[in-house]
Unconditional design. Structure first.
Length: 175
């Protein structure tokens, strides 16, 4: 049975924490996971960017940084779609090739700047059997509409829900 979970919620609600917890729990049960998470980069209490962190190796590349040059911009951030394509897309393809659980955190405005990302995730949605996607709370895009339409479970997170959403996701994905 196909199991596709979509998690959304406001920035800082714990979507990435939940996705990481799901990947850890599945691996601890001997279930292979591939994909990526988008982790905040902070200097003290100030968010200065985001990194793409590949699962399961945890290798990473910058996705966005404040005050840096790039032809791609989103607000104060310079965005590096090429790094997403180097780090995140191979992990998605690996999940499809091996038939393992796919985790994609997140599908949002920065990631959607990459047409290759849109194509690969669009293909993955059609063929993956078990996947967790986190989706930016306010983002609108045909790919997000498709994800929401195909989801077998959709959860809107509230602050402090990461652990309970992670448990719900693990239960849903392993059925």
């Amino acid at each position: 049975m196909r199991r596709l979970m979509v998690v959304t919620g406001p920035p800082g609600s714990g979507k990435t924490s939940a996705a990481l917890r799901v990947a850890e729990e599945l691996r601890s049960r001997g279930i292979e996971v591939s994909g990526f998470v988008t982790r905040e980069v902070r200097e003290g209490k100030t968010r200065v960017g985001f990194d793409i962190v590949e699962l399961p190796t945890l290798s990473s590349l910058p996705l966005a940084r404040k005050g840096q040059p790039s032809r791609y911009r989103l607000g104060a951030y310079a965005v590096y779609p090429d790094n997403l394509e180097k780090c995140g897309l191979p992990a998605i393809r690996l999940a499809l090739e091996r038939g393992v659980v796919l985790v994609v955190d997140e599908v949002g405005p920065m990631e959607l700047m990459s047409q290759k990302f849109v194509e690969v995730v669009g293909s993955a949605v059609s063929s993956v059997s078990r996947a967790l996607f986190t989706v930016h709370f306010r983002a609108r895009h045909p790919l997000i509409e498709r994800l929401n339409g195909l989801a077998t479970l959709r959860v809107v997170m509230k602050f402090g829900d990461a652990e309970s959403v992670a448990r719900q996701a693990v239960d849903h994905l392993i059925g």
